[in-house]
Design a protein around this ligand. Structure first.
Ligand SMILES: *Cc1c(COP(=O)(O)O)cnc(C)c1O
Length: 406
C-alpha cells in the first residue's frame, strides 16, 4: 500500500493553486512532476561537483565522471541490460529513435521495409519516413481495430525477410493500450528483423527487462519518469550498436583524429559526441532510485485502481465515449475521451479554469485521431501521486463544462 499523502508531500508543485483552485495534474503522459530529491540533486550537482566529464584529471572532473557513470549502471540494473555500455544517454525518446533510424540508413536498400504501427507517436513515425525517403525502403503499418488494439494477424501477414526493423511502442500515449511486444519481438526475430521499442509511456508504470523481452533497442525519456527534461536513454544490444555508424561527430566519440582518418571510440562513447547533459544524466539516476523506493509493483497496482475508478466515474456522464481497449487489463492509467460532439478543446479550457490540467488534441498521434474520425480527445493520465478525490473533481468539472457547452 502506498502512503499517498506522504508521496504527495514529496512533490512541491502539487500543493499549488491554479486559477484559485488546488492543482489537479492529470497530464502525466505529457510529462511527470518532479519530487524534491530530484530538484535538490540538480542544485547539489552544480553547487558541489560541476565539471566536464571523461576529460580532466582534476578532482571535480573525476567526481562528476564517477557520478555520471554510476547513474549509467543504475539504469543498466533498472532495465536489466547485459552491459552498461549498452546504455546510452540521449536527450529523450525522440533523440534515441533518430539515432537508430539514421544508423539504419547505412544498412537499408531499395526494396527493404521498415514497419511501424497505427498506434505510434509522431516521433516514432516521422524519423522512419525520413529513413525510407533517404534509402528507398518502404514503410508498412500494423493496423489497429476499433478498440485501439493492434491486429496481430495483420502484423504476421505484413512481416517478411524484407522487414529490416520494426518500431513499435510498448504503451500508446494516446489511448493507453499495452501492446503485445514480446510476441512481436519473438515473431520478428524469426525473420532476422530488429525491433525498437518506444518505452516513453511504459517506463513511468513498469520496470522493463530488456533481456527478457529480447528487444534490440528500447528508448525512453527521463522527464516522464520524474527526471529532468532533456534526458533519456537508448538501450541497444551490443551487436546492433557495433553495426550502426555514429550519429553525430565531435569530441568524446573518437579514438584518434587526423585529417586523413578518424577512428571511433568504443561503446558507449561512440554515440555520445560532445558534452552531454551531465547534471541531467546523473539526476535521472536519482529519479529512478526514487521510483524504485516507491516500488513499481505498488505503483502499477495503485494506478490500475485509479484507472478503474476513473473509467467508472467518467462513464456516468451521458454521451461520454472512451477510446481504447475495453479490457482495462490491456491498458495503463490513461483515459482518452470525448463527450458527444463537443470539441475537446472547449472542455479542456473550462476544466483548466477549475485548476485541472488535462491534455486536449491529437496527442502527437494524428493517425489515431484520423482512424476514429475525430479532431482529438481529452486525455486524463494518472500517476501514483494522484487521488480518487482528484478524479471526483475532474468528473464534476467535466459535468459542469458539458452543461455550459450544450
Ligand atoms: C512522449 C513520447 C514520445 C516523445 O518523447 P520526447 O520526450 O518528446 O522525446 C515518443 N513516444 C511516446 C509514446 C511518447 O509518449
Amino acid at each position: 500500500m502506498l502512503d499517498i499523502q506522504s508521496i504527495r508531500a514529496d512533490f512541491p508543485i502539487l500543493s499549488q493553486k491554479v486559477n484559485g483552485k488546488p492543482l489537479v495534474y492529470f497530464d502525466n503522459a505529457a510529462t511527470s512532476q518532479k519530487p524534491k530529491v530530484v530538484i535538490d540533486a540538480i542544485t547539489s550537482y552544480y553547487e558541489e561537483i560541476n565539471a566536464n566529464i571523461h576529460r580532466g584529471v582534476h578532482k571535480l572532473s573525476q567526481l562528476a565522471t564517477d557520478a555520471y557513470e554510476i547513474s549509467r549502471v543504475k539504469i543498466q540494473n533498472h532495465i536489466n541490460a547485459k552491459h552498461s555500455f549498452e546504455v546510452l544517454f540521449t536527450s529523450g525518446t525522440t533523440h534515441g529513435i533518430n539515432l537508430v533510424s539514421n544508423g539504419f540508413a547505412s544498412l537499408l536498400k531499395v526494396g527493404d521495409e521498415v514497419m511501424v504501427s497505427a498506434l505510434e507517436h509522431h516521433s516514432n513515425i516521422v524519423p522512419w519516413q525520413m529513413l525510407c525517403e533517404r534509402t528507398g525502403a518502404k514503410l508498412t503499418v500494423i493496423p489497429m481495430d476499433e478498440n485501439g488494439e493492434l491486429i496481430f494477424a495483420e502484423f504476421e501477414k505484413l512481416l517478411s525477410e524484407k522487414t529490416k526493423i520494426i518500431a513499435v511502442n510498448h504503451i500508446s500515449n494516446a489511448l493507453g493500450t499495452i501492446n503485445p511486444i514480446k510476441k512481436i519481438i519473438e515473431k520478428a526475430h524469426q525473420f532476422g528483423t530488429a525491433v525498437l521499442i518506444d518505452g516513453a509511456q511504459s517506463t513511468p508504470h513498469i520496470k522493463p527487462d530488456v533481456q527478457e523481452l529480447d528487444c534490440d533497442f528500447y528508448v525512453f525519456s527521463g522527464h516522464k519518469i520524474c527526471g529532468p527534461t532533456g534526458t533519456g536513454i537508448l538501450y541497444g544490444k551490443e551487436e546492433w550498436l557495433n553495426k550502426l555508424p555514429p550519429y553525430q561527430g565531435g569530441g568524446e566519440m573518437i579514438k584518434e583524429v587526423t585529417f586523413e582518418k578518424t577512428t571511433y571510440a568504443e561503446l558507449p562513447h561512440k554515440f555520445e559526441a560532445g558534452t552531454p547533459n551531465i547534471a541531467g544524466g546523473i539526476v535521472l539516476g536519482t529519479a529512478i532510485d526514487y521510483l524504485n523506493e516507491v516500488g513499481f509493483e505498488a505503483i502499477a497496482k495503485y494506478e490500475h485502481e485509479l484507472l478503474e475508478y476513473g473509467t467508472e466515474r467518467l462513464l456516468e456522464i451521458e454521451g461520454l465515449k472512451i477510446y481504447g481497449p475495453k479490457s482495462l487489463e490491456n491498458k495503463t492509467s490513461v483515459i482518452s475521451f470525448n463527450v458527444g460532439t463537443i470539441h475537446p478543446y472547449d472542455i479542456g479550457t473550462i476544466v483548466d479554469k477549475m485548476g485541472i490540467a488535462v491534455r486536449t488534441g491529437h496527442h502527437c498521434a494524428q493517425p489515431i485521431m484520423n482512424f476514429f474520425q475525430i479532431p482529438g480527445t481529452i486525455r486524463a493520465s494518472f500517476s501514483f501521486y494522484n487521488t480518487k478525490e482528484e478524479i471526483d473533481a475532474l468528473v464534476g468539472a467535466v459535468k459542469k463544462a458539458v452543461v455550459m457547452l450544450s
